[in-house]
Design a protein around this ligand. Structure first.
Ligand code: NDP
Ligand code: 8X3
Length: 248
């Protein structure tokens, strides 16, 4: 039985990834700050299948301690799913909160590279895999995406760079770059359930399960096959267009 560590498993894509991987026969280490949600996953899926690891990904010491005290059955990690992340705010850069910018960089960039570096020796030893959740926002910017888009461009590119460095190790590396997925993402970004409901209404956004199934599919490909990057969108989402201002 293979073991995955999924960051950000208390909600959205990460929680769906744990459910999908466990249904496919994996063990999962489910991480996040909200302990009660991780305990609910354990109750739902079984303590032999899910190990809860409660920590803030930005807290390196807490992350390292959680990994150091993994039960033996969960200690051989074959797959790292770099998923934990967030956006904060949708306003223009000139009005944005510097604290929000730093939170996004600390979470989506610094924490992601830190846990990756921590787990690389294990992943190399086990010829494992890394799947990172980047975003279309890292390739196509839109107004208000500013630092979020920057962090996701980093995620997309760092993941491809890992693939280059891991050449010859047998470790597989994939950047999954989704467009709109209905999760708690917009609630976290805006602080408003109404804003979240409005954004996802009137069309069919992707679901967390759509992305989880993509993660499972990639993770279970034969060992000689690597999906480098994959971009997914709802049919009704499109690339940002160029704009002309006639007021400046
Ligand atoms: P959710 O808000 O539903 O889930 C985010 C997860 O990240 C939660 O489990 C949360 O756990 C975890 N997380 C956030 N900050 C921290 C932290 N400091 N420490 C530990 N865990 C943290 O959003 P999604 O499922 O949509 O987002 C998952 C990933 O997918 C993100 O990286 C996001 O950028 C990316 N993405 C999302 C898209 C979308 O449209 N939804 C599209 C493209 C990419 P907790 O709060 O309990 O700590
Ligand atoms: C979030 C995807 O399309 O909402 O990463 O910017 S989108």
């Amino acid at each position: 039985m293979k073991t995955a560590l999924v960051t950000g498993a208390t909600a959205g894509i990460g929680a769906a990834a744990v459910r999908t991987l466990v249904a496919a026969g994996w063990r999962c280490i489910a991480t996040g700050r909200r302990a009660e949600r991780l305990e609910a996953l354990v109750a739902e899926l079984g303590s032999d299948k899910v190990h809860p690891a409660v920590f803030d990904v930005r807290d390196t010491a807490a992350m390292e301690a959680a990994i150091a005290r993994l039960p033996e059955d969960f200690s051989g990690i074959d797959l790292l799913v770099n998923n934990a992340g967030l956006a904060q705010g949708l306003g223009p850069a000139q009005e944005a909160s510097l604290d929000a910018w730093r939170t996004m960089i600390d979470t989506n960039v610094t924490a992601m590279v830190t846990i990756t570096r921590t787990l690389l020796p294990t992943l190399v030893a086990r010829k494992g895999a890394i799947i990172a959740i980047g975003s279309v926002a890292g390739s196509y910017v839109y107004p208000g995406a500013n630092v979020y888009a920057g962090t996701k461009a980093f995620a997309n590119h760092f993941t491809l760079a890992l693939r280059a460095d891991l050449h010859g190790t047998g470790v597989r590396v994939t950047s999954i770059e989704p467009g709109m997925v209905e999760t708690e993402f917009t609630l976290v970004r805006t602080g408003s359930q109404d804003a979240s409901d409005a954004l996802y209404s009137g069309f069919q956004p992707m679901t967390a399960e759509d992305i989880a199934e993509t993660i499972r599919w990639i993770a279970e490909l034969p060992p000689h096959l690597n999906v480098n990057r994959i971009e997914l969108m709802p049919v009704d989402q499109d690339f940002a267009g160029f704009r002309i201002s006639r007021t400046s």
